[in-house]
Design a binder for this molecule. Structure first.
Ligand code: AMP
Ligand code: ZN
Length: 458
């Protein structure tokens, strides 16, 4: 039932002792990076730190002086400043790196960043811990060596594919690294390899079902599937139930973000009542996103995470922007790590379109670089056949409005191609007449999110 019984069921006071020790080690390690070194030392500008701040690896200017902070109590962490996504972007590429490059074996990146991407480095130990966490998550839900695991998440910079891949191999499960898409081939593998466990985007799980109907197969009858892990994008309890019913399987919610490692940060156990956040590796806080104040247990707010075991790139009080709350009480499964509620939204304007993170500003930047496009635009997101559909309505400029139909078609393809290149998803671009989109008095409302039936505007 437990992958690591001692640590999963650890007494809370012993867990707090472990956390404080690891937190102090983390603070010391973080001090080796240009970013935290500067922050902790507040003004102690060694040549190495200056070099690193300019984008060089920490070791490039000689051994940096380690500036550190030591805490005697976990609560003292609240006094340290937050780390934000913008800090990561501004320190691109090496400002958060704490080790020599020769110790780094992997880089991942979060999708949907504006400007510099958010890059995350891993040492062999980081990869090892991450794999172990995924193995813990999978084992928790009953996956064993004899299972067949088909990983339908993207491989590459995105953490979903490789994260689960290494975890499943650590557990000893045969892993099919098929990645997403190509639905008929997915189904062929599911059927003939007698796949028992899948990892899939919730939106894709629903979409994939329509292919079964088309191929006249019934996943409940014709497959050996018993478990699915879904994550990477917000989804409701209803969606989980629907996938469970359609496929006749158990579906578990998997939460994570590249900045911490990727998936494996919090995961549902067999009780399926909230996600255990693995507190031996991450220290969670829930804050009021407006004031930054730590909220009393049980109140909904923004999840802030501090890594406790990351070597190459520890993060202190990282603002995830994900909204959730701690669930009260103990979990019947016996694990003592606290549970968080499913993520209900974000405190920033990031959109997740079929698992890909997108900021509206990326769309604006891309459109405004096209001279034939006017100033007003509008973003709409719908559900179509269970998938997210991104549509962008753009006003054309006065001059082009008198152009020919052929010119308009050319402009439409140009805008769609530019957006596809920037976002990694293909939007439906609709050109509209100049001054035809609504103009608001105050803050422009550009995003209309119609997923989930109701209009969930931002
Ligand atoms: P990335 O770093 O690109 O993998 O994106 C991480 C973000 O995806 C998180 O900060 C969440 O906003 C979202 N996310 C990941 N897993 C889940 C989940 N299980 N439920 C809701 N949102 C999720
Ligand atoms: Zn549990």
């Amino acid at each position: 039932m437990y992958w690591e019984k001692d640590v999963e069921t650890m007494d809370r006071s012993a867990l707090a002792v472990l956390q404080l020790r690891r937190l102090n080690e983390t603070l010391k390690q973080a001090g080796r990076s240009a970013f935290y070194g500067k922050r902790f030392a507040a003004g102690a500008d060694t040549p190495a730190q200056a070099g690193a701040a300019a984008g060089m690896p920490a070791q490039a200017g000689g051994k940096p002086a380690v500036a550190s902070v030591e805490l005697s109590d976990l609560e003292q962490l609240r006094e340290l400043p937050f780390t934000k996504k913008d800090d990561l972007r501004n320190a691109f590429p090496y400002g958060f790196l704490t080790v020599d490059l020769e110790k780094v074996i992997r880089l991942h990146s979060s999708s949907g960043t504006t400007g510099n991407p958010t890059v995350v480095f891993h040492t062999p130990d980081d990869i090892d811990h991450w794999g172990n966490l995924i193995a813990r998550c999978m084992y928790t839900t009953g996956v064993r060596k004899q299972d067949v695991f088909q990983n339908m998440m993207g491989y590459g910079l995105f953490t979903g594919g490789l994260g689960f891949h290494y975890g499943a191999e650590k557990l000893g499960v045969m892993t099919i690294p098929i990645g997403p898409g190509n639905s008929r081939r997915q189904i062929w593998f599911l059927k003939h390899l007698k796949t028992t466990v899948i990892h899939i985007l919730p939106s894709y799980a629903l979409r994939l079902y329509s292919f079964f109907e088309e191929m006249e197969l019934d996943p409940r009858e014709d497959l050996h599937l018993r478990i699915a892990f879904i994550g990477a994008e917000p989804h409701s309890e209803e969606i989980r139930k629907k996938i469970e019913e359609l496929y006749g399987i158990k579906v578990y919610n998997s939460y994570g973000l590249s900045e911490m490692c990727g998936p494996g940060v919090a995961f549902e156990c067999e009780c399926q009542e909230g996600l255990h956040i693995w507190e031996d590796h991450f220290y969670p806080e829930i804050i009021d996103p407006a004031s930054g104040r730590v909220l009393p247990d049980g109140e909904r707010g923004e999840l802030v995470l501090t890594t406790l075991t990351r070597e190459a790139m520890p993060l202190i009080r990282y603002r995830t922007r994900d909204l959730t709350r701690f669930l009260p009480g103990e979990c019947p499964c016996g694990r003592t790590h606290r549970r968080i509620d499913r993520i209900t939204g974000r405190s920033d304007d990031m959109l997740i379109i079929n698992g890909v993170n997108i900021f509206p500003i990326q769309i604006e930047k891309t459109l405004m670089a096209i001279p034939e496009i006017g100033h007003n635009y509008l973003i709409e997101i719908h559900k179509e056949n269970f998938m997210d559909k991104l549509s962008v309505k753009v006003e054309i400029s006065e001059e082009v409005f008198h152009g020919t139909l052929a010119e308009l078609e050319k402009l439409q393809s140009k805008a769609a191609a530019a957006l596809r290149a920037e976002l990694g998803v293909t939007p439906n671009v609709k050109l509209v007449e100049p001054s035809s989109l609504p103009v608001s008095e105050g803050k422009a409302r550009r995003v209309y999110d119609y997923r989930g039936g109701e209009e969930g505007g931002l």
